[in-house]
Design a protein around this ligand. Sequence first.
Ligand SMILES: C[S@@+](CC[C@H](N)C(=O)[O-])C[C@H]1O[C@@H](n2cnc3c(N)ncnc32)[C@H](O)[C@@H]1O
Length: 289
Amino acid sequence: MIDQREPLTIKKELEWAVPFLSASNNNIANARLEAEVLMAKVLNWERIKVLAHLLDPISELDSQGFRRLVQKRAKGYPLQYLTGSQEFMSLAFKVSPAVLIPRDDTHILVETVLSLKPQVKPNPSIIDVGTGSGIISVALKKYWPEAKVSAVDISPQALEVAKANAENHQLEIAFYQGDLLTPFQGSHTFDIIVSNPPYIPSRDIKNLQVEVTQEPVLALDGGADGLEFYRRLAKVAPSCLNPRGWLAVEIGFDQGEAVKRIFADNGFESVKVVQDYAGLDRVVYGVKS
Ligand SMILES: C[S@@+](CC[C@H](N)C(=O)[O-])C[C@H]1O[C@@H](n2cnc3c(N)ncnc32)[C@H](O)[C@@H]1O
């Protein structure tokens, strides 16, 4: 018997997916782009190839795979966890639900550390605390190859992702598992400690966008007032820093003054707050006095 159904094409699948994603309540701003990205993922192609082959037929199996991804995305599951990747500072990173999805704003922290070059020795030792997917340590090693870069995270699953990213970029980074700087206390000291720690107040976690609630709570929860990690880190950092060593952290937009005070209370000087391109406080850094 002849099958009268019209063949499935990439174009028809996208035409189904775009209004489906747009109608979801999860703030999907560019449904067309996301549908194309998910199609590229299923077909294991670049997105540009999807655009060049819109009229190509698509197999029943690929169509089912695509629809599964689109339905998951419409429920608020992050696009990056579906594709398994995210770009940061022009570098490709693998991501998984074990790690925070890299945020573009974190480049302000990396650039702040890179700006310290004239003030430290040419081959400084740097430790990235709470490395997650490894974006900070990988970007620092990539853009400051002479630096000796290490990274620590309390989550073994996050460390697996970070190690894979360092390997993919063929960069030598030493990874450690542990709570903040405990793996180094009494053994190593560094010239720069950098961290993007969890900084959302615990009570705000339940009110986050659906997408953000899919990220590990370990990467988000900054304790009762969101400042817990800054207090702990600023307290132990001096014993792990060389003389005139630097501490640089990413902060929430309303935490600048509080974190500056925490730094000063723990003996840091020349403490500065750096704004992002939107003019919001984003980074605090200072030098061990
Ligand atoms: C906000 S995420 C930052 C991830 C990554 N550095 C980035 O900028 O995308 C914080 C990270 O700190 C880790 N973390 C949480 N508590 C920690 C602790 N006590 N010691 C070390 N790492 C911790 C989490 O597992 C998570 O990977």
